[in-house]
Design a protein around this ligand. Structure first.
Ligand code: NMX
Ligand code: MLT
Length: 430
């Protein structure tokens, strides 16, 4: 099987032709209508973006290149990146060549550590992570080659080069941030004999006698890889990249969106919720106690973190994959058992309250409890792990968009007065 770059080079002419033909033959076909409620409601359900790396089916969950995420749970994140970019899982030769390529690029420039060390100790780990990515922009091949007059057909190669340079370094940067944030001291040296996910686990420096933490980190990086194109981080990254800002700018921007409590920070908030339950009831509560606790949270105007979704209308299959892992590895852990009880109680409460369109757990409802079990107790670090993984999807989407020459994102906005006048005219005509 071809190595990643050669495989992309083989596929891209056909993909460009497909888009050219679609625009030529069907450019004026209507595929979506837009209502006032959608415009005022965060564009929910509005079809206005193309994303070929993955699709989220409201009733089935995430499909990466047509494969349900549950069927990919055993894959290495490196395999997932190859799949996201090309639509095919690599064979062992293509995987080995990709892993070797990442290893060659893994050395962190000294200035990244200097910048991180200069940041206040109490900076949020996501701020540190995004800053580290942004300072590496100085080395962007895309920006340098663009300034030299790079041809449009070559944009994807420069986007791939920047993406690989960035992805190769993320585990060491993220683990270094963990060491600093957890006051453990200097970064742990990488072990070049390990795969991308296991090396990240190794550099976190936590005890892992059975290798279960390495398995969890790999699973974590695989499950969070991508969630189609319209979620806050992917859409932000897409928009910034569409201005031909290079991948360092675009991914860093996307991750700033991931840092929000309604998006990737929900995993931190969720663990906080579970810890709150444990503290309040000095362990695993009864169902009745939990019911009262959750109702109180809702009455105080809080959301139940880890529950609900903008697209999904079922239990997130990523939650299910983590749940299966937890049952195998730490079924008796107190935090896992609380997560389990919350899963049994909260959906019925959210249904009874009647506001959330999706009362079921998303991926964030469980990931933190598993990390906590392995001693990763600094929960404000969790979104960084999410970010390392989500960078895979964001980079894959950027590479494909630069290959297809996707134009700058620029939807039309309208004023409230325009909506009122237009709705008035439509109603009068009816
Ligand atoms: N707890 C309480 N209320 C909720 C919840 C929840 N978990 N989820 C939705 N609602 C409310 C929501 O706040 C809104 O209330 P109001 O009309 O007063 O503004 C109402 O239900 C309708 O919201 P939906 O249309 O169901 O959800 P929307 O698509 O706007 O938002 C989320 C989706 C995910 C932002 C929302 O469900 C939420 O805030 N969940 C908790 C945070 C979370 O878990 N985020 C993680 C998302 C996954 N990720 O990994 O990024
Ligand atoms: C994600 O993984 O990005 C989240 O589930 C949020 C989303 O898809 O809107």
């Amino acid at each position: 099987m071809l190595a990643l770059k050669e495989k992309l080079a083989q596929q891209i002419p056909g993909l460009r032709e497909e888009v050219r033909q679609l625009t030529k033959r069907h450019g004026d076909a209507v595929i979506s209508e837009v209502t006032v409620a959608q415009v005022l409601g965060g564009m929910r359900g509005m079809k206005g973006l193309v994303c070929d790396t993955s699709v989220v089916d409201p009733d089935k969950g995430l499909y990466v290149r047509g494969i349900p995420i549950g069927e990919l749970a055993h894959c290495l994140p490196e395999e997932i990146f190859y799949l996201l970019c090309t639509g095919e899982l690599p064979d062992s030769e293509a995987l080995a060549s990709f892993q070797q390529d990442l290893r060659k690029r893994a050395q962190i420039p000294a200035y990244v550590w200097e910048v991180l060390l200069a940041m206040p100790m109490d900076s949020h780990p996501m701020t540190m992570f995004n800053t580290a990515i942004l300072v590496m922009e100085r080395d962007s091949v895309f920006r340098r080659r663009y300034a030299q007059g790079m041809r449009k057909e070559e944009f994807w190669e420069a986007a791939l080069e920047d993406s690989l340079q960035m992805l190769a370094k993320l585990p060491a940067i993220a683990a270094g941030i963990y060491q600093r944030h957890a006051h453990k001291g200097s970064p742990v040296a990488s072990d070049p004999g390990l795969d991308w996910g296991a090396d990240y686990a190794h550099m976190l420096g936590l005890p892992d006698p059975e290798g279960d933490l390495a398995r969890l980190i790999r699973l974590y990086l695989t499950l969070h890889c991508d969630h189609e194109g319209g979620n806050v981080s992917a859409f932000t990254c897409h928009t910034v990249g569409s201005a031909l800002s290079d991948p360092y700018y675009a991914v860093s921007a996307g991750l700033n969106g991931l840092a929000g409590p309604l998006h990737g920070l929900a995993n931190q908030e969720c663990l906080q919720f579970v810890l709150g339950v444990r503290e309040r009831f000095d362990g695993v509560p009864t169902d009745e106690q939990l019911r009262e606790y959750a109702w109180n949270a809702l009455k105080e105007g809080h959301v139940i973190p880890g529950y609900g979704h903008a697209v999904l209308r079922i239990t997130d299959p990523r939650f299910t994959a983590f749940h299966q892992f937890g049952e195998q590895v730490c079924a008796q852990d107190e935090m896992f058992r609380i997560v389990d009880r919350v899963f049994a109680i909260v959906p019925e409460i959210l249904r009874e309250q009647g506001k959330a369109k999706d009362p079921w757990p998303n991926v964030d409802a469980i990931s933190g409890a598993l990390l906590y079990h392995f001693g990763l107790t600094q929960f404000d670090y969790y979104t960084v792990l999410f970010g390392v993984s989500r960078a895979l999807g964001m980079c894959a989407q950027l590479i494909i968009n630069r290959a297809l020459g996707t134009p700058i994102t620029r939807p039309k906005s309208v004023s409230t007065d325009w909506i009122k006048a237009t709705v008035g005219q439509t109603r009068q005509a009816a």
